[in-house]
Design a protein around this ligand. Structure first.
Ligand code: M6R
Length: 611
């Protein structure tokens, strides 16, 4: 949420910052800005996307070999030029970019106001800039120390980068609750809130931890705690490559990522699904099986699409491993008296590994003695680092704000975990295990079959492009898929959509159905098929327009539907992996028809690192 990039070295910082901000734009795109030092300090800020900043930079011919930049997702203060970062104090000597929220900003603002500070905008970040200035101007400490002292006074979360007009030899960075890394080049260094702006220049990075700050010069970097204790940091090697973060000929990242799924699901299973031996091997969970098997309950905590994957996980763990599961919105869990203790296991699921609510739930669970496991996509992310053990999804960078390939990879990991635990607990029979291993192994080719011919989905998308509402119905394993289909449509096309367990219809939502209401029915599970037919009949009786996502064996539902999108047959419990794909495509094509900004939908950001 919001993106930070910084550069110090021998190249043109403005160009590197602009390119970096474009790569980070998926994290927020309300406004953008940068500060570049070259004798003087040029500060450019503009409402809107990075392309506006690019135009401004070209016009003003800004260059320099040191600078910082920011792309914003507004929390405090509306998106406008003034509230855009960087922020400066009254003397305009330094510039600050910030991700996160300074929670005590109001108290600080009042206090600084009484000392004569005037604020140009409404942001919490501007307050921090004034606080640093106040400490620097009014006490006998150098600028770096002023930053450190200011940070000891703030409550909340931050990832910050600061440059000073009269210290053109350094960038100061600090982190608490909002990710930040330093990219190490040859006589040049990069700062970024995630690896995407850095990867083109170096694969060597150092991750800052909470309550750490660093001073970065052309000669090197020094990391210390906020209490001024020097630290030696491990240098990590980034696993991603540049190709993975480019569109590769697709019009949108989202479409590219949907089409990548045969590969990402295969990557996720590689070395883990041992087909010849009917076995699952999840190295990241070695040593924790016993505790997981004996857990009083597993609490899955996640947000958004990852929460939907968690719901599928609940069904899978119960069915295959006989492990009781509760699925929690991380944002609710963190503020509830959930009575979690050391007999429980928490499993957090997060694509980014940086979602603030999920991280808070994890920390709460740990504090109360529960073992915490993680399913994350971004290697080295905060959540991945703070869990006791876990499994990476290996889906590669997901740039489209609407999550697609991360979902199928998460469900693939959950299926493998459930199978592994079922075997460990000896509750999953040889026959079913063998069948599921075979079925899981087929998933990449089945998804490929769906992607080979998308004409029917495009036709349905055309017909319903301007529908104001949609309902999605599923049962059992595909109830979470109904929720996910509705979320995808809402996020990128701004059509109101609801997902329901099909049988819940008659308890209320059925009142919404008339001859204008498109109802997407996911009929891909055998064991609830008869019930689903009855639910579809109920919709038909009220003249709802039925769009069935139906596996080959579900022809009864197909007969009732106005449109049928056929998906290949697969074992019930793995059907979400194929059933979700047409729903991703349906929302994509509808959004494109409506001329929506698919990769950067309004009001959203890719990873939500604030509460
Ligand atoms: O990175 P995470 O998986 O923790 O993110 C959770 C949600 O913010 C995320 O899934 C969000 O709902 C997506 N925009 C869904 O497409």
């Amino acid at each position: 949420m919001c993106g930070i990039v910084g550069y110090i070295g021998h190249r043109d910082a403005a160009e590197i910052i602009l390119k970096g901000l474009q790569r980070l734009e998926y994290r927020g795109y309300d406004s953008a800005g940068m500060a570049v030092i070259n004798g003087q300090m040029d500060v450019l800020k503009v409402k809107g996307k990075v392309k506006e900043l690019l135009k401004m930079t070209r016009k003003k011919k800004v260059h320099g070999s040191l600078g910082i930049g920011h792309t914003r997702w507004a929390t405090h203060g509306e998106p406008n030029d003034v509230n855009a970062h960087p922020h400066m104090g009254a003397y305009r000597k330094f510039a600050l970019v910030h991700n996160g929220i300074i929670e005590n900003y109001d108290v600080l603002r009042q206090d600084l106001g009484q000392k004569g500070h005037h604020f140009a905008g409404d942001t919490d970040t501007e307050v921090l800039a004034h606080l640093i200035e106040e400490i620097h101007e009014m006490s006998d400490v150098d600028f770096t120390e002023a930053v450190r002292l200011a940070l000891t006074q703030v409550e909340g979360t931050y990832g910050i980068a600061i440059v000073h007009k009269y210290h053109p030899d350094r960038i100061i960075v600090a982190r608490k609750g909002s990710p930040l890394l330093i990219g190490i080049g040859d006589g040049e260094y990069f700062v970024a809130s995630d690896a995407s702006p850095v990867i083109e220049f170096t694969k060597k990075v150092v991750y800052l931890e909470d309550d750490e700050m660093a001073v970065i010069s052309r000669e090197g970097y020094e990391v210390s705690t906020l209490k001024n204790v020097p630290l030696t940091k491990e240098v990590h090697e980034l696993a991603m490559n540049l190709e993975q973060i480019e569109k590769g000929g697709f019009p949108h990242f989202m479409l590219k990522e949907i089409f990548e799924q045969p590969d990402t699901i295969a990557d996720c299973m590689r070395g883990r699904l041992i087909v010849d031996e009917n076995r699952i091997q999840l190295g990241g969970l070695t040593g924790v099986e016993k505790r997981l098997a004996s857990a009083r309950r597993v609490i899955i905590a996640a947000c958004g699409t990852s929460w939907h994957a968690g719901l599928v996980g609940e069904y899978l763990f119960e069915y295959l491993a006989h492990i009781p599961v509760e699925v929690e919105y991380a944002s609710e869990f963190r503020y509830r008296e959930t009575l979690i203790n050391e007999q429980d296991v928490m499993l957090v699921i997060s694509q980014s590994g940086e979602t603030a609510d999920t991280l808070a739930a994890l920390r709460q669970a740990r504090k109360r003695g529960a073992m915490v496991l993680g399913i994350c996509n971004v290697v080295g992310s905060t959540i991945a680092r703070e869990t006791d053990a876990g499994v990476y999804t290996h889906a590669g960078p997901e740039i489209g704000v609407a999550s697609t390939k991360a979902f199928t990879a998460q469900v693939t990991v959950l299926a493998m975990m459930a199978m592994m635990m079922g075997r460990y607990k000896k509750v999953l029979s040889d026959e079913l295990m063998a069948e599921l291993v075979r079925e899981l192994n087929r998933v990449p080719s089945l998804v490929k079959m769906i992607l080979r011919d998308t004409k029917k989905i495009e036709e349905v998308a055309r017909l319903f492009t301007y529908a104001p509402n949609f309902l999605y119905l599923g049962r059992s394993y595909n109830f979470p898929v109904a929720l996910e289909g509705a979320l995808k449509l809402k996020e990128i096309s701004y059509i109101h959509a609801e997902g329901y367990p099909a049988a819940e219809m008659k308890h209320g939502p059925i009142a919404l159905i008339d001859e204008h209401m498109p109802v997407v029915v996911i009929a891909a599970t055998d064991h609830t098929n008869d019930k689903m037919i009855s639910n579809v009949e109920e919709v038909k009786a009220r003249k709802g327009r039925i769009i069935a996502i139906s596996s080959n064996g579900q022809s009864e539902v197909g007969k009732l539907a106005e449109f049928t999108i056929t998906i290949p047959e697969i074992h019930d419990c793995l059907s979400p992996l194929v059933a979700v794909v047409p729903l991703q495509l349906l929302s994509y094509y509808i959004a494109v028809n409506r001329k929506c900004d698919v990769d950067q939908p309004r009001n959203l950001a890719k990873s939500v690192t604030v509460e």
